[in-house]
Write a protein that binds this ligand. Structure first.
Ligand code: G6P
Ligand code: MG
Length: 219
């Protein structure tokens, strides 16, 4: 009768959401249209390829397949220029404490991210070895809000979906967790993430008692 946790990466464990935003914004600048933080919410949690489609819709642009491939490569190169400089100081507040709490309670956790750079990032911030498993953009074929990434996470934890709790900062991610029949914890703006079962500003707001109560409820 165990519970398991699935963490999104970007915007939950590390603040890479700001680097994704910068890289997409540079691209929009080059293509000659405006790209705001509000637009960026639509890209959070979404795969790289799907993000480009949404971005081009925002700019009302159509590009050839060849040009799109070129752009995806340069977006990732731009993004990686930020990532390669990352270190453990970029772990978001409350993350390390929460992982310590989960370890103490014997609760296993895996990563459920759309990013193809997830392993690299976790290694950069020295968190890679703490996770029981990694589901990332290389292991899924359907992007969030499809539940595939989280269902694979549940498999990795050897648990039924309804025994899993998901931490997410993206609208698409909360929708994916709900579609997977898991408990969704929205991390960030409450209005934006109103579809989540519970809302928190960041992980410092999550107490060991809250985790214990959730687990009891799930039994
Ligand atoms: C995460 C982020 C998205 C990003 C996606 C793909 O879900 O929230 O903003 O586009 O991963 O990341 P990648 O590192 O593979 O480009
Ligand atoms: Mg995220």
């Amino acid at each position: 009768n165990k519970t398991g946790i699935i963490f999104d990466l970007d915007g939950v464990i590390v603040d890479t959401a700001k680097y994704h935003f910068l890289a997409w914004k540079h691209l929009a600048d080059d293509l000659g249209f405006e790209f705001t933080e509000a637009h960026n919410e639509l890209l959070k949690g979404v795969s790289r390829v799907r993000s480009l489609e949404i971005l081009l819709d925002i700019g009302k642009m159509k590009l050839s397949e060849e040009k799109k491939q070129e752009i995806l490569i340069s977006k990732n190169e731009d993004y990686l220029s930020y990532i390669t400089k990352m270190g453990p100081e970029e772990i978001l507040p409350g993350v390390t404490e929460l992982l310590d709490t989960l370890d103490g309670l014997g609760i296993q956790y895996v990563l459920g991210s759309a990013s193809k750079n997830a392993t690299l990032i976790l290694k950069k911030v020295n968190l890679f070895d703490r996770f029981t498993g990694i589901v990332d953009g290389n292991s899924v074929s359907k992007a969030k809000p499809d539940p595939e990434v989280f269902l694979l996470g549940a498999k990795m934890l050897n648990l039924k979906p309804e025994k899993c709790i998901v931490f997410e900062d993206a609208i698409a991610g909360v929708e994916a967790a709900n579609a997977a029949n898991m408990i969704s914890l929205g991390i960030g703006d409450k209005q934006t993430l109103h579809k989540a079962d519970f809302n928190f500003k960041d992980l410092t707001e999550i107490s060991p008692d809250f985790i214990k109560t959730l687990i009891k409820k799930q039994k």
